[in-house]
Design a protein around this ligand. Structure first.
Ligand code: SF4
Ligand code: SF4
Length: 484
């Protein structure tokens, strides 16, 4: 009997020099269409919901397209498959403790929204941290622990870091649990023996932020009064000297924070990194361009400085063009092509936690200090500060499911996006959430074309109709003519 199949809601078509490239956002499959009917078939497969008779495409092509997910059973529930993968990823997420050793920082960056209080974890809190790790690992019997040292500037509380790191490693060694760590730092408070610190703390990744070339960086990342040591000449020079050493011991993620005032420095910064040998070092050095943005009400003052989506895209193109392949931030690319998501951020990982220097538990590092966003307290002597809507955030995080949101559930980018940053949804940041759609409309075609070794035509982007398909029965009827 002849098979009757339906087009998938997750197929995208990209024009190539010879035909079209298909990409399936949920299976990650790719397929190249050549020949006379390529354009028509690409439009059918990536358009509104349509029924397709096997006789139209022939048995062989129909089977190939069905295996790759581009054709599905007419009653297939593709959204449920995405939902199952999402919840599986949440359950399987590794245990990561993001530990704010101190809220203090020696620099006063103009865009920093953090409270910069002198609140800090004390060496006596090291045992509590081990208890937290034990409890989180024990919940689902997980066998690996990752600590992300965070601040303020985490190295301003080196005493705590040394004590806690040793205790955590001792515990993990005794329990047969894998241990590794990372650091997010401004690069100005590291001791002389960088290699020793990396080894002692089992650090496999360090993120150092730059705000442009020396002039811009130093102006934006000034030393705060009474926080400037005798040796501190330039926060830029110190961070550069640190990266020179770090790349010999561990992976370095360079984060270039871009806004209107320093976007023009990116090309020069990449040149500087190349000239210093950071991209040819023994360990991988990756550069990611981040858009300085207002993450919450506390940083709303940043809005006038933010790059528009188009300006940010241009900057990413500069990075793509100038960076060697190994230095590009390609975590969403597998085998050259974009890939459906299989992991969640730490805020959605049920066994992970953000440990605030104030002793409170948060879900996202960007919330530390926003006590009304805390979801718990680690210190028995510290009652959870009354939240604006007490108790609701914890439940919100536990149940956040982009596949059930009215917009994301209808979106064809869902399997590669999963709603983007969940904090934006929590904060009701409609502009930020809309920015995710804008990102995928322009970036996904470029990523798919790059996987085929090509570029999309100048200005090509997916449209709103590509993002939100009509999967009603009427759409089937409209497309019926194609099958005849
Ligand atoms: S909630 Fe957003 S900002 Fe926070 S960890 Fe997740 S993705 Fe990052
Ligand atoms: S692109 Fe926008 S609508 Fe689509 S899944 Fe991401 S956040 Fe949701």
């Amino acid at each position: 009997m002849e098979r009757l199949l339906a087009t998938s809601r997750y197929t995208f078509a990209v024009p190539l020099s010879d035909g079209y490239g298909l990409f399936h956002a949920s299976t990650g499959s790719v397929f190249r269409l050549h020949g006379r009917d390529a354009k028509k078939l690409a439009a059918l497969l990536s358009g509104n919901h349509s029924l397709v008779h096997e006789s139209v495409l022939g048995a062989e092509l129909t089977t190939q397209l069905q295996r790759a997910g581009f054709l599905v059973a007419p009653d297939a529930d593709e959204l449920t498959a995405v939902r199952e993968r999402y919840w599986q990823a949440r359950g399987n997420a590794p245990v990561v403790l993001l530990v704010t050793t101190t809220m203090d920082c020696n620099l006063g960056c103009y865009y920093c929204y953090e409270s910069r209080s002198d609140e800090a974890l004390s060496v006596d809190d090291a045992d509590t941290l081990v208890d937290i790790a034990k409890e989180r690992l024990g919940r689902r019997g997980k066998r690996s622990l990752h600590i992300d040292w965070y601040g303020g500037e985490p190295l301003m509380n080196l005493e705590f870091m040394e004590r806690a790191s040793q205790k955590l490693q001792d515990f993990c060694a005794a329990a047969g649990i894998a241990y590794h760590a990372s650091v997010v730092s401004n690069g100005t408070r590291w001791p002389q023996d960088v290699g020793g610190l990396v080894t002692r703390h089992r650090i496999r990744e360090v993120q150092i932020s730059f705000d442009g070339l020396k002039e811009n960086h130093d102006r934006r990342r000034r030393y705060r009064p009474l926080h400037r040591g005798e040796q501190d000449l330039s926060s830029f020079d110190q961070a550069v000297a640190l990266v020179d050493q770090l790349v010999r011991h561990t992976r370095v993620d360079l984060r270039f924070n871009a806004d209107h005032g320093n976007a023009g420095d990116l090309a020069g910064f990449i040149e500087l990194a190349r000239a210093r040998g950071w991209f040819d070092a023994p360990y991988r050095c990756v550069l990611m361009v981040a858009k300085l943005s207002a993450y919450s009400d506390r940083s709303a003052f940043l809005r006038p400085h933010e790059l528009s989506a188009e300006e940010f895209e241009e900057l990413q193109e500069v990075a793509e063009r100038l960076l060697p392949k190994e230095a590009q931030d390609d975590q969403d690319i597998v085998g050259g092509f974009p890939h459906p998501k299989t992991s969640v951020c730490g805020a959605l990982a049920p066994d992970s936690a953000v440990v605030g220097a104030d002793g409170l538990e948060y879900r996202c590092g960007l919330q530390v200090g926003e006590t009304h966003r805390a979801v718990g307290s680690f210190r028995r002597d510290l009652p959870l500060v009354a939240a604006a809507s007490p108790g609701t955030d914890g439940a919100w995080w536990d149940s956040f499911d982009p596949t059930r949101l009215p917009t994301c559930s209808r979106c064809s980018f869902l399997p590669v996006c999963w709603g983007g940053c969940p904090k934006r949804h929590l904060d009701g940041d409609g502009t930020g959430v809309a920015g995710e759609g804008q990102y995928w409309r322009t970036q996904l075609p470029r990523q798919v074309a790059a996987g085929f070794g090509e570029s999309v035509p100048q200005g090509f982007a997916f449209t709103e109709a590509d993002q939100f398909r009509d999967d009603s029965r009427e759409a089937d009827d409209e497309n019926e003519a194609w099958h005849a």
